[in-house]
Design a protein around this ligand. Structure first.
Ligand SMILES: Nc1ncnc2c1ncn2[C@@H]1O[C@H](COP(=O)(O)OP(=O)(O)OP(=O)(O)O)[C@@H](O)[C@H]1O
Length: 517
């Protein structure tokens, strides 16, 4: 439907009825004129736009909305593009598509309105502009006004309800945005990286230098050495500190979902829960930092897409052709030997060089045992603060005992042990024997493993097991131990064993009892 000011054809039969000697053309012109005047007078407000979306005329009634829209006089308002002066209007769309929107609710800073939008066409049917009508209004400051500006008795409650819901939605969105921003604040600073050994001081020095730049950072180190903690620290000390730090653990996301996780999904690309679209981590990190943990686990196909984003700072969400530009600083981390992976063709060399601009190597705990006491103190303090339990101290002999352990799981493993012992003992002073009471870190004797305990028979009496069985036994023990060390965390256990998650899952199906570990 269109508002055709001069179209003749629909009213053609009128030409035979000419009461005042008017021809059909004149009757129609008069009819359009009268209709226009009546609409302008009856509606709460009316405005007319030209083809370029500019406001060319507004009715007397419309003028009272101008202050709420931020205009003192109609001279400032008329002549401007409608999308610049009326927030949320779809009039420009009506002109561009030529399709009317007969009834709609519009909510903006001036209030909530029942509106109608019609395209205007010339005699050839070409769109020459649009007509906007405010049929009923609910100004922001007047919940239930009387006189002009009020709505009919039937629709008014509906508009009020819509306006209230709209306000509630806005408030919920504001709260969610504030909450999200709070959650994405860095949890640690560079000083949270405890240690005064030369190796730890060097890590902190490099981290501070990295924070001064916007270059990509690659954190290298065994599991549990503090890579994630340091990524938070670098972000917190960087110029991006006020913006989001978004993390993604690549090893923890199934390969098939990674692309959507990175780049998001355009609305309508999928049915079901995702049909409304979803922001990806790159979009969420715009202006801030993206922490890519376990970058070595990234599938090759996705590596080339990541390279493009790093080079161009742009990407396309899944199911969309629209290119999104972002400004993201990437901090990647891995416990794997990326250089060796490149040599084996498992990791793209060009991506490796892109990421490896500022490499920082985090030492294993065994390489900086002089930090053990400070680390244990800081961890015990943190454990006490988080759990509400009293803070424990380490007896000197307990510290000696801890210093003799291998710590393949590094500081995470140290933390887990301290936490376990704190939970199992009421003593404020922790002794070596308290640590002996929980599973030792040193390689577990076979007898310590349930279900695979060999009979205590003399070596010479023991029948020789077939080699495949012995290998399976060893494999089972190693997996059981890795699961114990990581408190059942399979991603971390796979990492410790330097096998893929898929391979760990596959092996676990052979030993269902370990799956409960
Ligand atoms: N230098 C440190 N000072 C204090 N706490 C530390 C330090 N390094 C690590 N931690 C603590 O150890 C635990 C593991 O650290 P983090 O997750 O940063 O290690 P990671 O190297 O990222 O591990 P993964 O490779 O397994 O993801 C966390 O609880 C962290 O707070």
């Amino acid at each position: 439907m269109s508002f055709a000011m001069h179209a003749l054809s629909p009213l053609q039969p009128i030409s035979s009825v000419q009461p005042q000697g008017l021809d059909a053309q004149s009757v129609l012109r008069l009819a359009a004129h009268t209709l226009f005047e009546q609409l302008a007078a009856a509606a709460q407000g009316m405005l007319v736009l030209d083809r370029e979306h500019r406001v060319v005329w507004i009715s007397e009634g419309y003028k009272r909305f101008l202050p709420a829209l931020g205009f003192d006089s109609d001279a400032d308002f008329v002549g401007r593009k409608v999308e610049e002066v009326v927030p949320g209007t779809l009039l420009a769309e009506v002109i561009d598509t030529g399709r009317p929107i007969l009834v709609d609710l519009l909510s903006n800073k001036a209030g909530t309105f029942l509106v109608s939008r019609l395209p205007l066409r010339d005699e050839a049917g070409e769109v020459i502009g649009a007509l906007g009508l405010v049929l009923l209004d609910q100004p922001q400051s007047e919940p239930s006004p009387g006189g002009r500006g009020t709505s009919g008795p039937t629709l008014q409650p509906l508009i009020q309800k819509f306006a209230r819901l709209q306000q509630e939605l806005e408030e919920a969105r504001r709260q969610l945005a504030a909450e999200t921003a709070r959650n994405r604040r860095p949890k640690h600073t560079i000083t949270s990286f405890i240690g005064a050994s030369p190796a730890a001081l060097e890590v902190k020095r490099q981290a501070r230098r990295a924070a001064q730049t916007d270059a990509n950072v690659l954190l290298l180190g065994e599991t549990g050495t503090g890579k994630e903690l340091l990524a938070h620290g670098i972000h917190a000390a960087s110029a991006r500190a006020q913006r989001a730090l978004v993390s993604i653990n690549i090893a923890a996301v199934p390969d098939t979902l990674l692309e959507a996780e990175f780049f998001g999904v355009a609305p309508g690309a999928y049915t079901g829960a995702d049909r409304r679209g979803r922001e990806g981590k790159f979009a969420l990190a715009d202006g801030g930092t993206l922490f890519l943990d376990e970058i070595g686990d990234m599938p090759l196909a996705l590596q080339s897409k990541l390279l493009r984003v790093l080079q161009e700072q742009e990407f396309e969400p899944l199911g969309s052709n629209e290119v999104r530009r972002v400004d993201v600083r990437v901090i990647a981390a891995t416990s794997r030997d990326l250089g060796a992976m490149v040599a084996r063709g498992e990791f793209r060399a060009d991506l490796y060089y892109r990421l490896n601009v500022l490499p920082i190597r985090l030492p294993a705990l065994r390489e900086r045992m002089e930090d053990l006491e400070a680390l244990a103190d800081a961890l015990l303090e943190d454990i006490a603060r988080r759990s509400g339990m009293p803070q424990r101290q380490l007896a000197p002999e307990a510290l000696d005992w801890l210093a003799r352990q291998a710590w393949p799981g590094n500081i995470r493993e140290l933390r887990n042990r301290l936490e376990q012992v704190s939970l199992m003992s009421d003593e404020l002073l922790l002794l070596a024997e308290h640590f002996g009471a929980v599973q030792p870190t040193a390689p577990a004797p076979l007898a310590a493993l349930p279900a695979c305990t060999p009979e205590p028979v003399a070596e010479q009496q023991r029948p020789l097991q077939p080699l495949p069985d012995q290998i399976a036994q060893l494999e089972r023990e190693a997996i059981a131990r890795a699961l114990r060390m990581t408190q059942g965390n399979r991603v971390a256990a796979a990492r410790l064993l330097q096998i893929s998650r898929a391979s760990l899952y596959e092996r676990l199906t052979r030993w269902p009892d370990l799956q409960q570990a």
